[in-house]
Design a protein. Structure first.
Length: 167
């Protein structure tokens, strides 16, 4: 084997090890759940603090129950979250729910009968509507908003990862 070949093998091993380390770091230190991940706001009102304790100053107050939030860090019983606009801070975990919701990012977004663009439209959802997330395929998700159930393009939703699949 030549020096170039050995170097290529060594580089591949380093890349593989770094990838494994990155995958390990993609888990929360408290819950061991994937990071970042989406949750929803359980309460009608939630104080968002500058740090992970009651002694830290309140920077925001979220007032929209079921609003999707992205958890970006964990510390004890606290979760650092951000909303669709990037605003956020630390919230006590008891104010969060694992029930998944999304926000509609396209005004008058069509809600289709099936996960195909040419299928009949059930309804149109306004920009900013919060919907319950159900099933997700590679490009489409089934959602429920105000009693209307149908399929929406994943690219029109905030609160679900592009690569996420759900049954």
């Amino acid at each position: 084997m030549g020096t170039k070949t050995l170097f290529s093998i060594a580089a591949a091993v380093i890349v593989a090890l770094c990838g494994a380390a990155a995958a390990e770091q993609a888990r929360g230190p408290v819950t061991n759940l994937p990071m970042p991940r989406y949750v929803s706001l359980k309460a009608n009102k939630a104080n968002v603090r500058r740090g992970p304790s009651l002694t830290h100053r309140i920077d925001w107050v979220f007032k929209r129950k079921n609003m999707p939030l992205e958890i970006t860090a964990e510390y004890g019983h606290w979760r650092r979250v951000r909303d669709i606009e990037g605003a956020g801070g630390w919230i006590h975990y008891s104010l969060l729910s694992g029930a998944r919701t999304v926000i509609i990012e396209r005004d008058m977004m069509p809600l289709n009968m099936r996960p195909e663009p040419e299928t009949p439209m059930i309804a149109q959802l306004e920009l900013g509507v919060v919907a319950r997330l159900q099933e997700c395929r590679p490009d489409w998700c089934r959602v429920n908003a105000a009693g209307y159930k149908g399929w929406a393009r994943k690219s029109d939703l905030w609160g679900v990862k592009a690569e996420e699949l759900r049954d």
